[in-house]
Design a protein around this ligand. Structure first.
Ligand SMILES: COc1cc(O)cc(C/C=C(\C)CC/C=C(\C)CC/C=C(\C)CC/C=C(\C)CC/C=C(\C)CC/C=C(\C)CC/C=C(\C)CC/C=C(\C)CC/C=C(\C)CCC=C(C)C)c1O
Ligand SMILES: C[S@@+](CC[C@H](N)C(=O)[O-])C[C@H]1O[C@@H](n2cnc3c(N)ncnc32)[C@H](O)[C@@H]1O
Length: 322
């Protein structure tokens, strides 16, 4: 087990809070600057991996390793860390989406399929309700006709479909197995792909979701532009992500819980302290509700709004391609 970072963690966490989103270095020391100018060599662009500064090239590989390592325990860890609250947040995302029949959803960083399965349940329940009302109105149908209407699986989704896209093979493997075990077949597809370079044509989807994914992407602005590109005009962007806690008392407790409990749970349950240390650090590095709203607007989305949930532990951002 890696050594827990307990000593000074509290002040470390607080210090890092004011160091959100580092961006470019604006003030290189003079000596370094002149050395760079002399050698004409461009500094490798840097970013962060949790609280660690890494080159942009390195980050993708490190994130890949994290999710490859946690994939098998991912779902159980989420229930344990949040006492099931992540399920409520994901249900709320679906309620906000309120997909109409025929909705084509792209769930990016879809991992083990939580958003996709909720989408299928939601559209199926809606469609069945509609069918029942229709059948009640057509009382002269034979029982064979009624049975046929219920049996057609594709039809039970009203033409809605979801495409899960994720960069990590292991996460997709667990997702596909879950889909098989739970009997999801129709209206569901899985594709390996990078949020920064989506393997889809322009103007293809009605809704784009990304839940707990965008925080891990190296170039968030690039991922947002890709979201905008693949959405149809009128399409909606929805992002569920960790955000900034606005109540100072909850914020203190949350910091304590995050830094003292979550990595321990990660070690005990998943045998992986480091990945869960990365999780809590990456949460602290993610922009606030307002900052992220601006980034979404910069990518071309309009009518951008957000809703903070559980005192801002997470937020759902929404925007439209108009
Ligand atoms: C590697 O990357 C990842 C891996 C993944 O598996 C997942 C993700 C993506 C993440 C998700 C899909 C969601 C995962 C969820 C979380 C990270 C957790 C979110 C946290 C909460 C919903 C709870 C927030 C907690 C608070 C507001 C503070 C309340 C906390 C306390 C009362 C405990 C305070 C802690 C201490 C004083 C430290 C010492 C305590 C102990 C040793 C006892 C242990 C205590 C517990 C286990 C209590 C747990 C309590 C709760 C969960 C509180 C719930 C209550 C409220 C929400 C108000 C990924 O990227
Ligand atoms: C915390 S999980 C979220 C999974 C799922 N959306 C959920 O809510 O449970 C983060 C996911 O983002 C994926 N991911 C990280 N970087 C990505 C990228 N550049 N493109 C696509 N997926 C990425 C990871 O592989 C992982 O499956």
């Amino acid at each position: 087990m890696a050594a827990p970072r307990s000593c000074g963690l509290w002040s470390y966490a607080r210090a890092m809070r004011s160091y959100r989103f580092p961006g470019l270095r604006s003030s290189w020391p003079r000596s370094l600057l002149s050395a760079r100018l002399l050698s004409q060599e461009k500094p490798a662009p840097e970013t962060h991996f949790g609280f660690e500064t890494v080159s942009e090239e390195e980050k993708g590989g490190k994130v890949y390793q994290v999710f490859e390592s946690v994939a098998k325990k991912y779902d159980v860890m989420n229930d344990m860390m949040s006492l099931g609250i992540h399920r409520v947040w994901k249900d709320l995302l679906l309620r906000k989406m309120h997909p109409l029949p025929g909705t084509q959803l792209l769930d990016v960083a879809g991992g083990t399929g939580d958003i996709a399965f909720r989408f299928l349940n939601y559209v199926q329940a809606q469609h069945q309700g509609k069918q029942k009302r229709k059948l009640r109105a057509q009382q002269n149908l034979s029982w064979e006709e009624i049975a046929k209407k219920y049996q057609n699986e594709e039809d039970s989704l009203g033409g809605s479909r979801v495409m899960v896209c994720d960069i990590n093979r292991e996460m997709l493997k667990i997702g596909k197995q879950k889909a098989f075990d739970r009997g999801y077949k129709a209206g569901l597809a899985w594709v390996l792909g990078d949020a920064e370079e989506l393997p889809f044509d322009d103007d293809k989807f009605d809704v784009y979701t990304i839940a707990f994914g965008i925080r891990n992407v190296t170039h968030i602005d690039q991922a947002l532009q890709e979201a905008h590109r693949v959405l149809k005009p009128g399409g909606r962007f929805l992002c569920l992500e960790f955000s900034q806690v606005n109540n100072p008392l909850i914020s203190r407790l949350y910091d304590l819980y995050s830094f003292q409990v979550i990595p321990v749970l990660g070690e005990v349950v998943a045998g992986d302290w480091k990945s869960y240390q990365y999780l809590v650090e990456s949460i602290r590095k993610f922009p606030s509700q307002e900052e992220f709203k601006e980034m979404i607007e910069d990518a071309g989305f309009q009518k951008v709004t957000y809703e903070s949930l559980t005192s801002g532990i997470v937020a759902i951002h929404s925007g439209f391609k108009l």
